[in-house]
Design a protein around this ligand. Structure first.
Ligand code: DCP
Ligand code: MG
Length: 389
C-alpha cells in the first residue's frame, strides 16, 4: 500500500507525527519492558514522568532496526528523548534482556491491583488509587463496593431532554456496566467482526436517513489485528445540506439502536465531551455516543453464535469536518498529542477532531480529504498503518 522509503519521514524527528511508527517494531521486547514503567508512573498519577517514557517508547517504536551493543552508544544515543536514565535502562535491556525497574513494578502488589482496576472501563488511575486507598485490592472487592445494581440504558436516552447527568453519576454507571460485562469486554474484537459491526450499524442508519457514510477509525485503522473497542466516524454525503442532517442525528440513531436491541447500554451521549476518565484528550465538540453494542443473532439461525457485548463509539461529523474527525480519531494517542503540538508550535494552528483553525484570527480550514489535512498542517503524509506511535 505504501513504500516507506518514498515517504520523507525521519525516525530522528522530535514529533511522532513526523515519524513512521509501525504496529510491530524491531524492538518490541524493549518497548514492552519500558511500557510497564510508563504504566506504573501513569497509575501513580506521575503524568510528566509517564509522558517522558511514552515519548521515549514512541522514539524506539520508530527506530527501524534492533538496538544492540553496537549501535547503542552511536545512533541510538543521538535519538531525541533518550536521556541518561533511559539510556541506562536500554543498556540494561540490551545486556540482560530485562530492566530491573520493570520487574520491580511488575511484582508490586499495588501495581497489580491498580492495573486490574483500570482494566474496568471508566476507572482511570485517579479512581483506581482512591479505591485502593479505601482498602480494595481485587475486582471482587470492586464488585462488592459498586454492588450488582440493575443497570439501565443511559438516562439521557430515557429521560428525553432533561438535565445532563453530572460526571460522577455517569462515571459510576459506566463502572457498574463495565464490571457486569467485564468478561465480554476482555474479549478482543477481530477485524472481521469490526467490519460486520460497521455494516450492521450503517444498514440501520440507512433506514433512518439515507446518504450517510462511515470510516472505521481507532486501532483497526492502524492495522491492529484485534481491538478492544470499535470507533466509527459518520458523516453525510451531501456536502451542502449534510451538516444540518447530521445535527441531532447521534441521539436519534442511538435511541433507534437501543429500541432494536442492538445497543444495550449508553455510557455517554454527548455533543460536548465525555467525562475525563473515559476520554482524556478527546475534547472535541462532535456529537458522539459511547455505547455497548451487540450483534443481532446470525441471520440463518443454524449456527448460534455467542453474542458478546462490545464497546462501540459512534462519532458524528458534518461533511466539512469529516476528515479532521477521521485523523483525530485514528490515533494513536501519542500521534494525536504530537499532531496538536506540532500544529500549535510550528504552524500557529489549532488541530481538533472538529476542525483546524488558525490561532491569530480563528480562520477555519476544511480539508476535503485526509491528505489535505496533513498538507494544511505542513506535515508529510503518514499512512494510518504508520501512526502507531
Ligand atoms: N483518542 C485520543 N485520546 C484519548 C482516547 C482516544 O486521542 N484519550 C483517539 C486516538 C485513538 C482513538 O481516539 O486511537 C480511539 O481510541 P481507543 O481508546 O479506542 O484506542 P484504539 O482504538 O487505538 O485501541 P483499542 O480500541 O484497540 O484499545
Ligand atoms: Mg478503539
Amino acid at each position: 500500500e505504501y513504500d516507506v522509503s518514498k515517504l520523507s519521514l525521519s525516525h530522528t524527528a522530535r514529533y511522532s507525527c513526523c515519524r513512521a511508527s509501525p504496529l510491530i517494531c524491531p524492538n518490541q521486547g524493549l518497548v514492552a519492558e519500558l511500557d510497564v514503567i510508563r504504566r506504573s508512573r501513569s497509575l501513580e498519577g506521575e503524568e510528566r514522568s509517564a509522558l517522558s517514557y511514552q515519548r521515549a517508547i514512541a522514539v524506539i517504536k520508530a527506530f527501524p532496526k534492533p538496538i544492540t551493543a553496537k549501535n547503542l552508544h552511536g545512533e541510538v544515543s543521538k535519538l531525541p528523548y533518550l536521556g541518561q536514565k533511559l539510556m541506562s535502562m536500554i543498556e540494561e535491556y540490551v545486556e540482560d534482556g530485562q530492566i530491573t525497574e520493570s520487574a520491580k513494578n511488575r511484582d508490586s502488589p499495588r501495581f497489580q491491583a491498580l492495573s486490574a482496576f483500570t482494566t474496568i472501563y471508566g476507572i482511570g488511575p485517579h479512581t483506581a488509587r482512591k479505591l485502593h486507598a479505601e482498602g480494595m485490592r481485587t475486582i471482587h472487592d470492586l464488585e462488592y463496593h459498586f454492588g450488582e445494581k440493575e443497570t439501565s440504558a443511559g438516562s439521557e436516552l430515557s429521560s428525553g431532554d432533561g438535565h445532563a447527568e453530572d460526571e460522577e453519576k455517569i462515571l459510576e454507571r459506566s463502572i457498574q456496566v463495565s464490571l457486569t460485562l467485564r468478561d465480554d469486554f476482555k474479549e478482543k474484537i477481530l477485524r472481521d467482526e469490526v467490519e460486520e459491526m460497521n455494516s450492521v450499524v450503517m444498514r440501520e442508519l440507512d433506514a433512518l436517513l439515507t446518504g450517510c457514510t462511515s470510516t472505521i477509525v481507532g486501532g483497526y485503522r492502524r492495522g491492529k489485528p484485534q481491538s478492544n473497542d470499535v470507533d466509527i466516524v459518520i458523516t453525510h454525503t451531501d456536502a451542502k445540506g449534510g451538516a444540518a442532517k447530521i445535527k441531532g442525528l447521534c441521539k436519534k440513531f442511538v435511541r433507534r439502536l437501543y429500541e432494536r436491541g442492538l445497543v444495550t447500554h449508553v455510557m455517554h451521549l454527548s455533543s460536548f465531551r465525555a467525562p475525563n476518565a473515559l476520554r482524556t484528550t478527546q475534547w472535541d465538540s462532535l456529537e458522539k455516543a459511547l455505547t455497548v453494542f451487540i450483534l443481532p443473532p446470525s441471520p440463518d439461525g443454524c449456527q448460534p453464535r455467542r453474542r458478546i457485548h462490545r464497546r462501540l463509539d459512534l462519532i458524528f461529523a458534518a461533511p466539512e469536518v469529516y476528515w479532521t474527525a477521521i485523523v483525530g480519531w485514528t490515533g494513536s494517542t501519542m500521534f494525536e498529542r504530537d499532531l496538536r503540538l506540532w500544529a500549535k508550535e510550528r504552524r500557529g494552528l489549532k488541530f481538533d477532531s472538529a476542525g483546524i483553525t488558525r490561532r491569530h484570527d480563528s480562520k477555519a480550514f476544511f480539508p476535503k480529504n485526509e491528505r489535505e489535512v496533513f498538507k494544511l498542517l505542513g506535515l508529510d503524509w503518514v499512512p494510518p498503518l504508520l501512526r502507531n506511535a
